[in-house]
Design a protein around this ligand. Structure first.
Ligand SMILES: Cc1cc2nc3c(=O)[nH]c(=O)nc-3n(C[C@H](O)[C@H](O)[C@H](O)COP(=O)(O)OP(=O)(O)OC[C@H]3O[C@@H](n4cnc5c(N)ncnc54)[C@H](O)[C@@H]3O)c2cc1C
Ligand code: FES
Ligand code: FES
Length: 1361
């Protein structure tokens, strides 16, 4: 094609943080994130997923709107935004708004001070979402904030502190403050200054403190009143050049890259010309579809056209039939336009508009809606599009233009979609606009969506219903029902339509509609997407919701002959909307006489929080490039079990910039091949055969990431499939595929005799799925050969630097003293970086060593999820004996975990599950057997709780099974069997200082259990389609590694002659605040201010032979080692202090130095008094236990399976907390992670072992809106623990299991729903209690229409491992 004759521009010009960037060498395939991180080296903006699903990459993009004459600020996902689309725009990153070196922005300050940043990897993105909101709305409401965070995820904090910190910016908070002050002024307070009056916690729990409005500043985790006010006038100005110079908008931009050219025409004719020349060209507005296709589906689009400057495509106008919306209008702008119309027009005219606006609330996150366009949604033609069912049911018209055929209008009806992602629109045609019609008085329009997670998730099934009645009657004149998620295209229910037209809107019609929909929307049992019965049930359930809503409309409009809905049915038509969250945190304050410099017990802010909030904190991939550095990309197996016939890397090697390919052949010595894992059964590179999909076969090393990844995809691997392919636990049992040494057994008492003497015996089984770690920072390693003596340095995102060092040395055939592994911080670990980092770090080390050049690799999210394994799925089969009252007398249980293809840590994981299968209940006679299933999945590994939560889950299932059998309240059975002081566990450990009863009682009281339970029952009587449930769960978690030798730690403390102290210890920082706590310990031990103390990193050349930072013992072990080293130094300094009592720390240090006294000391600790022999069931496995209890209340939507957590109260015994802010953060964060585990998160695998869940698009972790509407956390007071540093207790893992209170509350709610149909007794509910499982367990007239087909009659799309 000839280039346009008029002026074109090929240089990209935009602003970043106020500085002009002019680049004439831009590749249109680069994203803004790539450009920021790799070209500008602005590494504050993070890569969490690369698919718009986590928000870690959020930046603010600003443009000058010349029509409105104002600057528009948008939060944007830099990982999807093409850098070429930034022409004439201003980008602001987290570095651009504040810094610890100058002044942090109030947004940065408040998230840090509110303890809203743990690992900090999500923090810059969250900061930028909040910052952008404030730039647009300096006084937002809580609702605005809720919307702003729909596209951001955090895996650590549990969100509460972030919301609370930022709530101080809102109008709502100011009003509350004003009210509160007013109350005080008017003398309405209870005298202690708390707005809660008589309900103040102080009046209820003597001496326990809260941040819920109580007076003393030291009693709060942070004080909002001390915040520096936010002053919007201080914000940087929009670059004047971009405001003044309109030519940026009118330029025809053409940017040529190696594989693609970017066109930005400004006239419709030029666009049509381009489309005529390049019919396959992609029109890119938000790039939220195209970007994902390029990154994850390997699509290459040589011509990309940005239409955002073409007036016809970005305008909105009205005519007599409806609203005309340009195809490039963003979803947010469309929403605004619709809202304006809703305001202006009579209600009946805008019912479709309202349905769209309501739907957009659940459409993606704010960042996506800011850039994604309506045209992109239509033209992508996804079968799960949220808008297309609405547009089809509404019969919208599309305006299509082409150079060849001029203008034509097509209706979005049953003929519009011609196949999967295909429409009647011709390749040369451009969608210019959509016309959305007004509605008539007698016309009603409803749309519903059901997704796995309410916020920011694609639909499982959605539906739009457009029903028109003959005037003044309930006779259907016309009806259109459109569904998404039920076919390869949006599907219109045409048979249903013909059945219903002319009928009255009543119960008979409802039945007729059901039978029509069953015919219209068939799904074969193996259809893609799975959940077949659920999806089919949803079509009817969603229709039923519309039926209820329209019935109410007809009733309100006094249409004759309309059957009035029973009151019980009213709540059935609506779904859930999140409520403004409420929370409180209670903890013990330090004694009034504690020195100000002594930080132990105080809610000190995480040491790195400010750096994390400003983007200055350096994570592994943020490290500057080393000279000559290369990048490594892994070649992964696409088969679960196959022989490797050949590997051909020739094409990859011929790519310019590729340096090498490594595979098993390069590790000649067999002893160097199988090096990781406890029994060395994990290969560095698969040799001969693969035993799981995602197994590393080789690695390509190239000059940069893009080339390395492109080349890795060119490596051809030929396989010959092998049998069997074992994926599930059931498969493994059938094939007797267990790792050696199974079953492991722990037995106490005479179990068989106890069964004989039991009043009742029941048997059952329960299933619990795995969980992806979803740390926001994926695995990353940089290996740097030092050039002599085989020395090599590894910078690695790992919880286990020693293991990294050891295995690297083994594989390279060198000694450990040549390898140094350094860890500054991780962006989350949760157990996933305890051993699995080796999958990345060892190939990187091999490549660096062999090429003698630095090599880097950070996994993409999909790679990470494909290869790094998950929490172990579990199956438990139990038999339990009990008395008439419900007291447990005997238990025999078999536990199976799905280990994956290698052993990794599956042995200790099954053991911990065996130790914890009784949770907090005394079982006098118990036999537990553990089986480790060998399957063809990626190796499953450690994950917060390490098998403990899985074990405890079975205990809670058994309690509820007994309760259901005896028809008693589960609370009674739990309470009756709860451990008490002096009881011994089934592994014969006596319980000392057992506080579980205290936690339990306090939890019930705080939760006001009894009166709320009555209200729950009342609610259930009054509502048929919504049900509530409440549940209380205790926990007891054993603290120590069960492998004895791991219970040791070391520290190195150096004092320099200026008084500054450098502490090194064996633990790693992954957000849990370990370094902060260690500084607190050192500060008390040395009796100095924490300002003197610094922790730089964890490094194997400072402290050797460390254990992984895991098992919750980080603070216990390292705290003792730091204390040991500090005490040595303190003793050495004592004479100097005595000689100069009025002197200061620095004086004593200087004096000691001048006296030639060593100012460095090592510390060491090994946990005393533990050791257990499983073969004899003798000894003490755990130093002590952390206890807790939680009570949760939930509401479910029986028609969709959706749910909402109304309230959670937690009481935890954390001894004398070292840092209540960090500990409360661990409780809340652990709880929310557990909430994901028990309700939301599902790894999806095909029956041939392919991992389908490869990113946040499919795998849903909890979001901001998922936290309990009321979330109260209380740390038990007056419960010091003599077994750990400064009487504290371990906290990381124990709270996670408490989230099962939500699971069991859901089960209670389902029980209430089932009772409506007369269904009584126990029923199976596997974990997680997803919407699909909840809906199907509710078991009603609708679900009964879709019986499960026989298991062997089809191949399911997915299996539960
Ligand atoms: C994290 C995430 C969450 C999402 N959530 C949802 C969701 O909840 N619901 C939902 O329905 N979708 C969702 N999507 C999909 C997507 O955001 C929407 O489909 C969006 O509307 C696409 O618009 P876009 O401008 O970004 O499309 P682009 O990626 O820019 O373009 C998409 C396609 O449309 C074609 N196209 C665009 N405009 C025209 C035109 N004028 N004429 C002809 N062809 C055109 C392009 O050629 C391209 O093939 C999500 C996507 C992401 C990444
Ligand atoms: S990295 Fe961009 S949204 Fe996750
Ligand atoms: S602090 Fe949010 S992901 Fe770690």
């Amino acid at each position: 094609m000839k280039e346009p004759v008029f002026r074109t521009e090929s240089t990209l010009t935009f602003y970043v943080n106020g500085k002009k960037v002019v680049d004439n060498n831009v590749d249109p395939e680069w994203t803004l994130l790539y450009y920021l991180r790799n070209k500008l080296r602005l590494c504050g903006t993070k890569l969490g997923c690369g698919e718009g699903g986590c928000g870690a990459c959020t930046v603010m993009v600003s443009r000058y709107d010349r029509v409105k004459e104002k600057v528009i600020h948008l939060a944007v996902n830099a990982c999807l935004a093409p850098v070429a689309s930034m022409h004439g725009l201003a980008v602001t990153t987290v570095e651009g708004i504040g810094s610890t070196k100058t002044k942090p922005h109030p947004v940065q300050k408040r998230i840090a001070e509110a303890h809203g940043s743990q690992c900090g990897f999500c923090t810059p993105g969250i900061v930028m979402s909040m910052y952008t909101l404030l730039r647009n709305l300096p006084k937002p409401t809580m609702k605005d904030m809720e919307i702003a965070f729909q596209g951001n995820l955090c895996r650590c904090t549990g969100y509460r502190p972030i919301i609370e910190g930022f709530s101080s910016f809102t109008e709502d908070w100011e009003q509350n403050q004003a009210m509160y002050n007013n109350k005080l002024i008017n003398g309405l307070s209870n005298g202690n200054g708390c707005a809660m009056g008589d309900q103040c916690c102080k009046n209820k729990f003597n001496g326990v403190t809260s941040n819920g409005g109580c007076t003393r500043d030291e009693e709060v985790l942070f004080s909002k009143t001390e915040y520096t006010p936010y002053d919007p006038t201080q914000e940087p100005i929009f670059p004047p050049e971009l405001r003044m110079d309109s030519s940026f908008d009118s330029q025809y931009l053409i940017i040529k890259g190696k594989r693609a050219t970017w066109y930005r025409p400004t006239k419709l004719d030029d666009l049509l010309l381009l489309k005529s020349e390049y019919p396959e060209a992609r029109i890119v507005v938000g790039n939220t579809e195209v970007g994902v296709e390029v990154k994850f589906k390997n699509m290459v689009y040589p011509v990309l056209i940005q239409p955002n400057q073409i007036p016809e495509l970005i305008s909105v106008s009205m005519n007599s039939t409806g609203l005309r919306i340009g195809a490039a209008v963003t979803l947010n702008n469309m929403e605004q336009a619709l809202r304006n119309e809703i305001e202006l027009q009579p209600e009946h005219k805008t019912r479709i508009f309202l349905a769209i606006v309501n739907m957009l609330y659940w459409f993606a996150g704010k960042q996506i809606r800011n850039v994604g366009a309506v045209g992109g949604n239509i033209m992508t033609s996804s079968p799960i599009s949220d808008l297309n069912p609405i547009f089809c049911a509404a019969g919208c018209h599309l305006e299509l233009h082409s150079k060849e055929n001029g203008i034509r209008y097509v209706k979005m009806d049953e003929t519009f979609f011609t196949g999967y992602r295909r429409t009647v629109v011709k390749p040369v045609e451009v969608l210019v606009s959509i016309i959305i019609p007004y509605t008539e008085k007698e016309q009603y329009f409803y749309a519903y969506k059901q997704a796995k997670r309410r916020d920011d998730d694609i639909a499982i099934v959605n539906m739009a219903a457009n029903v028109e009645f003959n005037p003044g009657t309930n006779t259907i004149k016309d009806i259109s029902l459109a569904f998404g998620g039920m076919a390869p295209t949006t599907a219109l229910a045409m048979k249903t339509k013909s059945k219903l037209v002319g009928r009255q809107w009543n119960e008979e019609t409802l039945e007729e509609a059901y039978s029509g929909l069953i015919e219209d929307l068939p799904l074969n049992p193996g259809a893609p997407g799975g959940m077949i019965q659920y999806r089919r049930s949803l079509t009817l359930s969603l229709f039923f919701k519309a039926y209820l809503a329209i019935m109410n409309n007809l009733d309100q409009n006094k249409v004759p002959e309309v059957q009035k809905l029973p009151d019980k049915y009213q709540s059935g038509s609506s779904g859930f909307h999140s409520k403004t969250p409420k929370s409180s945190q209670y903890f013990q304050v330090v004694p009034a006489d504690q020195k100000d410099t002594d930080l132990v017990g105080r809610p000190t802010v995480h040491k790195s929080a400010f750096k994390q909030a400003t983007g200055e904190a350096v994570y592994c991939d943020d490290m500057p490039y080393f000279e000559n550095e290369l990048y490594l990309a892994l070649v992964l197996s696409s088969r679960a079990h196959a022989e490797i016939v050949s590997i051909d890397a020739s094409k990859a090697l011929s790519l310019e910039g590729v340096h090498a390919f490594f595979s098993a052949k390069d590790l000649q010595e067999p002893q160097f091949r199988n090096c990781h894992g406890i029994i060395h059964d994990d290969e560095v590179f698969a040799a001969g055969k693969v035993t799981t999909q995602g197994q590393v076969i080789g690695a390509v090393v190239a000059v940069d990431q893009i080339i390395a990844q492109r080349a890795a995809k060119l490596v051809r691997v030929e396989y010959k499939d092998l049998k069997p392919v074992i994926i599930t636990i059931e498969d493994a049992i059938k094939n007797e595929s267990f790792f050696p040494g199974c079953p492991k057994e722990i037995c106490r008492g005479d179990v068989d005799a106890a069964f004989r003497n039991s009043d009742h015996i029941i048997e059952g089984e329960a299933r619990m799925a795995g969980q992806e770690h979803f740390y926001l920072e994926t695995h990353c390693t940089i290996a740097v050969p030092k050039g002599e003596d085989d020395e090599i340095e590894l910078f690695c995102s790992t919880q286990n630097p020693t293991e990294t060092q050891k295995v690297t040395a083994e594989v390279l055939g060198i000694k450990s003293n040549r390898v140094v592994c350094r860890v500054k911080r991780m962006g989350g670990g949760f157990g996933g970086k305890e051993t699995r980092m080796l999958v990345v770090s060892v190939p990187v080390a091999v490549a660096a060593y062999k090429l003698n050049r630095p090599v880097r690799c950070m996994l993409d999210r999909d790679e990470d999820m494909m290869i790094s394994g998950t929490r172990h799925p579990f199956l438990g089969k139990y038999k339990i004996g009990f008395t008439k009252k419900g007291k447990i007398t005997a238990c025999d249980i078999k536990l199976y975990n799905n280990a994956g293809h290698t052993l990794d840590l599956s042995g200790p994981v099954i053991e911990r599950a065996m130790f914890h299968f009784e949770n907090a209940y005394y079982i006098p006679n118990a036999r537990v057997r553990g089986y480790i299933c060998k399957t063809n999945l990626p190796s499953n590994t450690a994950f917060r709780g390490f098998g403990g939560p899985q074990g405890m889950f079975f205990a809670e299932n058994m309690i509820r099974h007994i309760a259901s059998y005896l028809e008693k309240d589960p609370l009674e059975i739990s309470s009756m069997n709860l451990y008490k002081e002096g009881d011994t566990t089934h592994y014969n450990q006596p319980l000392e200082h057992c506080t579980v009863r205290r936690c339990w009682d306090e939890c019930l009281e705080r939760a006001d259990y009894n009166s709320r339970k009555m209200k729950v029952d009342e609610f259930n009587r009054q509502n048929r389609w919504k049900k509530r449930g409440m549940s209380v769960v205790p926990t007891k978690f054993g603290i120590s590694y069960t492998l004895l030798f791991l219970n040791q730690s070391g520290a190195l403390v150096l004092i320099y002659d200026d008084g500054s102290v450098l502490v090194s210890h064996g633990g790693t920082e992954m957000g849990q605040g370990l370094h902060t706590k260690m500084i607190q310990v050192a500060s008390r031990a040395l009796d100095i201010s924490a300002d003197f103390i610094h922790i730089a990193e964890t490094s194997t050349d400072k402290v050797p032979n460390t254990s992984a930072t895991a098992a919750s013992c980080g603070s216990d072990l390292n705290g003792m080692a730091v204390l040991d080293a500090c005490e040595t130094l303190r003793k050495r300094l004592e004479p100097f202090k005595a000689a100069n009592p009025k002197g200061k720390w620095v004086d004593w240090v200087r004096a000691a130095y001048c006296e030639r006294v060593s100012l460095s000391a090592t510390g060491f600790y090994s946990t005393p008094g533990i050791g257990y022999d499983i073969s004899k069931n003798e000894g003490i496995p755990f130093k002590y236990f952390t206890y807790g209890a939680a009570c949760s209340e939930v509401e479910i939507d029986c028609l969709t399976g959706d749910h909402q957590v109304l309230r959670t109260d937690i009481v935890m015994d954390l001894g004398d907390s070292l840092n209540p802010a960090i500990d409360v953060g661990q409780v809340e964060g652990g709880f929310m992670q557990g909430y994901g585990l028990f309700t939301l998160e599902e790894m999806v695998y095909s029956s041939s072992g392919i991992v389908f869940a490869r990113g946040p698009g499919v795998y849903k972790i909890p979001g901001f809106a998922d936290i309990p509407s009321e979330f109260n956390v209380s740390l038990l007071k007056g419960a010091p623990n003599k077994h750990a540093v400064y009487s504290s207790k371990a906290v990381g893992e124990p709270p996670l299991f408490l989230a099962s209170s939500i699971f069991f509350a859901l089960k209670e709610a389902i029980t209430a729903a089932r009772a409506e149909r007369g269904l009584k007794g126990t029923f199976k509910l596997d974990s997680p209690a997803t919407a699909a499982r909840i809906r199907m367990a509710c078991d009603d007239e609708i679900t009964a229409k879709f019986p499960e087909p026989a298991a062997d009659s089809f191949t399911p799309w997915n299996v539960v491992p």
